[in-house]
Design a protein around this ligand. Structure first.
Ligand SMILES: [Zn+2]
Length: 321
């Protein structure tokens, strides 16, 4: 996020940045942080900044750094791959790389080559996709544009694909971000795990329906838990419903740290989260347990990535990094 990585000549760039900053501002906690306290757009988040924010200012052991394949307003994309790679290679014990490609931006052949490069040379363990865009979008069940990418991921030994769903940027067509186009891929690529980010809001019920029926579809709570302070009731209802229909073993925390500041206060809030009695009585939601929270905050991701948690804890304690 920086001014020199913006396509100023596009008339929709300035409104996007203003709208984004306005949306982010109330989500940030006023805590001292290396990133400062405002939600300024021209924010350059360096490798050491991110280490401090995530690992020193917050009780976090490991993180996944996502490249964000959005070139609509940013020539170098939002969250460039190189920056994520620099972070992961500086702290390889703690950080894991999620690469990113787009079959229209790169072309299918270019995307396949990029995937090979990102896995073999950069060590990517997953891929992030944004199928909705302001100008050129694609569907996740497109057999010509999307399926070759899933096949390539499988060939490269990757079994986790992640999708930005819901939360359109600027004037994207929101319906492109419905999660329904992940059903056919989930049926056809049984060995692949599909992560739907942001609960696909405003398509929450569709995301719940899909994740509850497909064993290989997971939901990432990225961005959603940031609302726990400003809209606690809404989040309690969402989490209650997710626990009831999807299950705690398929929910994954996400911090949005670069945009909303250190994860620490959000984590504290989440650890204090309870499902109120009237929601439990009225909707049959279960109470959230400590074990549920343990799974959501890393247990599930560790299981999916094959990380031995006790061994990793011993390693981090020994190295002190
Ligand atoms: Zn996203």
């Amino acid at each position: 996020m920086s001014d020199d990585n913006l396509l100023h000549e596009r008339p929709d760039t300035a409104p996007l940045v203003q709208g984004w900053s306005a949306a982010m501002e109330p989500l940030r906690y006023p805590v001292p942080s290396r990133l400062g306290q405002g939600a300024d757009w021209p924010l350059r988040v360096g490798t050491e900044d991110m280490y401090d924010v995530v690992f020193r200012e917050s009780p976090v052991d490991m993180a996944m750094a996502h490249a964000v394949p959005v070139w609509d307003w940013m020539p170098n994309s939002l969250a460039p791959l190189q920056a994520q790679y620099d972070f992961v290679s500086a702290y390889p014990d703690r950080a894991i790389l999620c690469g990113a490609v787009d079959p229209l931006y790169h072309g299918v052949d270019g995307a396949l080559k990029q995937m090979e490069y990102q896995v073999r040379e950069l060590g990517a363990r997953s891929f992030k996709f944004y199928n909705g865009h302001v100008d050129r979008s694609w569907r996740c069940d497109d057999r010509d544009l999307a399926y070759p990418l899933y096949r390539k991921a499988h060939e490269l030994g990757i079994d986790m694909l992640q999708f930005h769903k819901g939360l359109p940027f600027g004037e994207w067509d929101v319906e492109l971000l419905r999660p329904i186009d992940l059903q056919a891929p989930a049926r056809e690529f049984r060995d692949m795990n599909f992560l739907i980010h942001h609960l696909a809001l405003p398509y929450f019920d569709e995301a719940v329906s899909i994740a509850s029926r497909f064993p290989n579809v997971y939901l990432a709570l990225s961005g959603v838990l940031n609302y726990l302070r400003v809209a606690p009731r809404e989040v309690q209802k969402q989490i209650g419903k997710l626990l009831q229909y999807v299950g705690p073993h398929k929910l994954i925390w996400g911090s949005e740290a670069a945009m909303t500041g250190p994860p620490a206060p959000f984590l504290k809030n989440f650890m204090e989260l309870q499902i109120p009695d009237d929601l439990r009585d009225g909707y049959g939601y279960p109470q959230i347990t400590h074990e549920d929270k343990r799974m959501i905050l890393g247990g599930n991701m560790a299981r999916l990535l094959g990380i031995d948690v006790p061994a990793k804890q011993r390693q981090l304690a020994a190295t002190g990094t």
